[in-house]
Design a protein around this ligand. Structure first.
Ligand SMILES: O=C(O)[C@H](O)COP(=O)(O)O
Length: 237
């Protein structure tokens, strides 16, 4: 039966600075690089040899993946990048400090923007310093100006169905290296987590999440490979 490993990128410079990041292409910190390597070592210890690694177009995920594969002795596997695995687009909050935004708008409002399922942050205005509309990375793509977790899932899911699920259904093991919210979207889908319960899922950085699947891609078991840094997982249906 296929095995899937989800790996959230290591600490980024804006994680460290506590800024809303979304699609801004910030790099890993030294700690983030170390987390990535450690994640790779855990993957090797688990005897996991994926047929392919999927990742986003953002360097904090791509570099986490490359560092983890190197540490696991798996640098030879194919890598597929796609923007549909990007972090959720943080709209007009992009670049702002999370604590300062909570002081300005209140903790409750910021919690809604960060963790409600279907309420997106205010849209990014065209011409904003972090506007990606003209970025050649996304040329010709229907990119959003803000996203909730729900609309993140709406763009992750067609990619999952078209590109990732067929590999798993063919019996291949797959590694996905992506972001807190694009991975929460995949977890929500796989475990059929109700809309109001996905808030409870917080995937730690650099801690590989192994999910064993049946032939219909329904999870039969799940565990974090670094048990000391594990967080709660949704129940198996
Ligand atoms: O984009 C970001 O700021 C982070 O990667 C995820 O942020 P969150 O914890 O607010 O969802």
């Amino acid at each position: 039966m296929p095995r899937l490993i989800l790996l959230r990128h290591g600490q980024s410079q804006w994680n460290l600075e506590n800024r809303f990041t979304g699609w801004v292409d910030v790099d890993l910190t030294a700690q983030g690089e170390a987390e990535a390597r450690l994640g790779g070592e855990r993957i090797a210890q688990a005897g996991f040899r994926p047929a392919v690694m999927f990742t986003s177009v953002l360097k904090r995920a791509r570099r986490t993946g490359a560092l983890a594969l190197q540490a696991a002795g798996l640098s030879d596997i194919p890598i597929v990048e796609d923007w549909r695995l990007n972090e959720r687009h943080y709209g007009g909050l992009t670049g702002l400090n999370k604590a300062e935004t909570a002081e300005k708008h209140g903790e409750d409002q910021v919690r809604v923007w960060r963790r409600s399922y279907d309420i997106p942050p205010p849209p990014m205005e065209r011409g904003n310093a972090w506007d990606f509309a003209q970025d050649p990375l996304y040329a010709g793509q229907p990119i959003p100006d803000t996203e909730s977790l729900k609309t993140t899932l709406d763009r992750v899911l067609p990619y999952w169905d078209a590109s990732i699920a067929p590999r798993l259904k063919a019996g291949e093991d797959v590694l996905i290296v992506a972001h807190g919210n694009s991975l929460r979207a995949i977890v929500k889908h796989l475990f059929a987590v109700p809309d109001d319960r996905i808030v409870e899922v917080e995937i730690p950085t650099g801690n590989p999440l192994e999910i064993d699947l049946d032939a219909n891609l329904k999870p039969t078991a799940a565990r974090y490979l670094d048990e000391g840094r594990a967080t709660a997982l949704p129940a198996l249906a």
